[in-house]
Write a protein that binds this ligand. Structure first.
Ligand SMILES: Cc1ncc(C[n+]2csc(CCOP(=O)(O)OP(=O)(O)O)c2C)c(N)n1
Ligand SMILES: CC(=O)[C@@H](O)[C@H](O)COP(=O)(O)O
Ligand SMILES: [Mg+2]
Length: 602
């Protein structure tokens, strides 16, 4: 298409993107900001032979519409529909999957070097936002790419916005660079890139001309600095504070989003409110977020304590070590980070926090399956990767009242690192305490007494356990439900009591294997309670996320897929009891000791 036709197409693509997202919800503002860039790149480069890599890739909707997925877009972010991010499995036009930020230049450099070494041919174009440029990983890649000197195109999509307005000294630098008229020496040039810009990222004819000449002439790494507007071309988005970063379904005419009235406060708001209350009593409490102010509730904290709230940018690694330094300096830092993004800071957690026994508090939001963002955003692994660290205390809130108490527990806990996890979305609607009360460390609680079966829940599946209990009651099976509260230290007294006084003990958690259940099994094994000759008569089962990534869907559908809903619990219990009852109790006991069914059957 010629430039004129492409300009017309840009209008259509923008309208189509708005129409689709108005019916699906999703990341609208970022997609609207790259309409012209998307068209220009696809017009000048030969995708999928050339590799186009979107950073984060929350801005990939126009790219998906153009690359064979238009008809499926109304299923965007739903079960079996297109992902909200790029996915290799979805299309050859998605050469690299993303959703966590700041990976594009590293991956792109990998493609470029593969090409140089005789692998997949083609050019490489990485599109990275100014927000994503705040992460160390992007700088690590620029450092490497500049030294290698191979041909690679990096387009810096600079809209001065992360999810909130971009923060940090580099954001200020970009603003200054973007305001300069000519193509001057810049940080990027000094790092070995040919810097071009700033250019107007919405001037499609200008972009076409620029990319065409770069494609013809480039011999090494190139950085094109494009200035764009997040939400461009849709008033409601451009004038809103967050530029419609992530929206629910909305009315295109008015921009009004269809958000259902909440039945209970969100865990995030409850966390923020509880932290504010603790901070009123203790001036050493600090809140840290890595570019997720609104998502984590640190924006609420900031309103009360502007000097004690820090948005460090998309820099989870730095956030963790910054918190470690604050703790070593006598403060009480709360690092509020989504479970999935905390993965970025793991060595810092081990080396800077745990090894030094520093009392950093980790408020881990979005624990468990989160819904439309899918497996890239699932909070699946934190219990496993934290509870294996010496000296760490790890809690999970079963409801929002528990969360308030866990915030108080963390505030009071000075002897080492402590983490508490809680799910995305609304709480359960329980009565809330006026103020949080610190919990006794390493103590769980029995929530409902029963008899034959004990369900030991860690975290947000407690409600499902209580529902399963009701289901099982209709079959005459009495069930005890306990809330472990702590994965570490484990309430070993409660655990052993449940194990010794029930026919079946089931653990349930919203996390991958290697988490709470592993700790339970390890404790029982260590005590010799799983040994055949010494063992209790209690059967044991663990319910964790399965050993596969759960595809995007609603959270309920994802838990259904994972087999962690109330009816799965009830079914498992009935199956185990039925299997055990085929062997008469007398046969299962030998001199009062447990004999495994399989041995008896033999
Ligand atoms: C490691 C990591 N931390 C946090 C996020 C959450 N996040 C998604 S998009 C975004 C802002 C990205 O800003 P930018 O790259 O400038 O893109 P824009 O939305 O402005 O187009 C953030 C913080 C993430 N995806 N990955
Ligand atoms: C793209 C990204 O990583 C974020 O925008 C994320 O989708 C936010 O998720 P929440 O809606 O759970 O805050
Ligand atoms: Mg941006």
């Amino acid at each position: 298409m010629d430039s004129e036709k492409l300009v017309r197409l840009a209008g259509e693509l923008r309208a189509e993107t708005i129409r689709i997202v108005s019916r699906t919800g999703g990341h609208l503002g970022s997609s609207l900001g790259v309409i012209e860039l998307t068209l220009a790149i696809h017009a000048i480069f030969d995708t999928p032979h050339d590799k186009l890599i979107w950073d984060v890739s929350h801005q990939c909707y126009p790219h998906k519409i153009l690359t064979g997925r238009r008809e499926r877009m109304l299923g965007l972010r739903k079960k079996d529909g297109p992902s909200g991010f790029t996915r290799r499995a979805e299309s050859p036009y998605d050469p690299f999957g993303a959703a966590h930020s700041s990976t594009s230049i590293s991956a792109g450099l990998g493609f470029a070097m593969a090409r140089e070494l005789g692998g997949d041919p083609g050019d490489v174009v990485c599109v990275i936002g100014d927000g994503a440029m705040s992460a160390g990983m992007a700088f690590e890649a620029i450092n490497n790419a500049g030294a290698l000197g191979k041909r690679i195109f990096v387009i810096l999509n600079d809209n001065a916005m992360s999810i909130s307005p971009s923060t940090g000294a580099f954001a200020t630098y970009l603003a200054e660079l973007g305001a300069r008229p000519g193509e001057e020496r810049s940080f990027f040039a000094q790092m070995g890139f040919a810097y071009h810009g700033p250019v107007d990222g919405h001037d499609l004819p200008g972009l076409l001309e620029k990319l065409r000449s770069l494609r013809e002439e480039a011999t090494g790494p190139v950085l094109l600095h494009a200035i764009t507007r997040k939400g461009a071309g849709y008033d409601a988005a451009e004038t809103s504070a967050d530029k419609y970063h992530g929206v629910a379904k909305f009315d295109v005419e008015t921009g009004q989003q269809a958000k259902a009235a909440a039945a209970a406060p969100s865990y995030t708001k409850v966390f923020a409110g509880a932290l504010v209350k603790e901070a009123e009593k203790d001036s050493r409490i600090i809140a840290i977020t890595a570019a997720m102010e609104a998502g984590t509730g640190v924006d609420i904290f900031r309103r009360h304590f502007p000097d004690r709230a820090f948005d460090v940018g998309i820099a989870e690694q730095h956030a963790v070590t910054f918190a470690a330094g604050l703790a070593a300096g006598g403060m009480k830092p709360f690092c509020a980070i989504y479970s999935t993004f905390l993965q970025r800071g793991y060595d810092q957690i081990v080396h800077d926090v745990a090894l030094q026994g520093l009392p950093v508090r980790f408020a881990i939001d979005r624990a468990g399956l989160v819904g439309a963002d899918g497996p890239t955003h699932a909070g699946a692994f934190d219990v496993g990767y934290l509870a294996n660290l010496p000296g760490f205390t790890v809690m999970a809130a079963s409801d929002e009242a528990e969360l308030v108490n866990m915030v108080a527990t963390a505030a009071a806990h000075d002897s080492g690192p402590i983490a508490f996890r809680y799910p995305r979305g609304e709480g359960t609607g329980v009565a809330m305490p006026e103020t949080g009360v610190p919990l006794p460390i390493g103590k769980g609680r029995v929530v409902a007494a029963g008899g034959t079966v004990a369900l030991l829940s860690f975290g947000g599946r407690l409600g499902e356990c209580l529902m399963a209990r009701q289901m099982l009651a209709t079959h005459g099976i009495p069930v005890t439900v306990a809330d472990a509260r702590f994965a570490k230290p484990l309430d070993t007294g409660l655990l052993e009591e449940l194990y010794e006084t029930h026919e079946l003990l089931v653990t349930i958690e919203e996390g991958a294997s290697g988490g709470f259940a592993a700790l339970v099994l390890s404790h029982l094994a260590g005590r010799g309670l799983l040994d055949g000759h010494l063992g209790s008569r209690c059967a044991l089962r663990t319910m964790t996320l399965p050993d596969r990534f759960i595809a995007q869907a609603s959270p309920e559908e994802m838990y259904e897929d994972a087999g962690l809903s109330a009816h799965h619990i009830a079914l498992l219990v009935r199956d185990v009891l039925a299997a055990r009852s085929v062997v008469p109790l007398a046969a299962r006991q030998l001199n009062g000791r447990h004999v495994r069914r399989v041995q008896v059957a033999e």
